[in-house]
Ligand binder design. Structure first.
Ligand code: FES
Length: 106
């Protein structure tokens, strides 16, 4: 298990014990974090799992791969720290990860 935090748009912090190998999106849905929809179930085909990686974590998490980058075009208010949370796999290297949910998806 790895501890991750998802900060909802209203500032509520969801501190979660995430299974290694699961995705940030799956953990968000399992814990009903508002602002993350994950409509395609993690197939990188909907962009409704858009999050902003916390500044402290941008480098460690890394940037999107080509397919994810193409999907991010469908998200709104994309920033340099934007990622699709279904493409961020939880691992011990991400212990303490913080991501922020946008106000809304799409
Ligand atoms: S859940 Fe659809 S792109 Fe991430």
């Amino acid at each position: 298990m790895t501890k991750i935090t998802i900060v909802a748009f209203d500032g509520t912090r969801y501190e979660l014990d995430a299974a290694d190998g699961s995705t940030v999106m799956e953990n968000a849905l399992r814990n009903s974090v508002p602002g993350i929809d994950g409509e395609c179930g993690g197939a990188c085909a909907c962009a409704t799992c858009h999050v902003y990686v916390d500044d402290e974590w941008v480098e460690k998490v890394g940037g999107p791969e080509a397919m994810e980058e193409d999907m991010l075009d469908f998200a709104s208010d994309v920033r340099p720290s934007s990622r699709l949370s279904c493409q961020i796999k939880v691992s011990p290297a991400l212990e303490g990860l913080v991501v922020h949910a946008p106000e809304r998806q799409g």
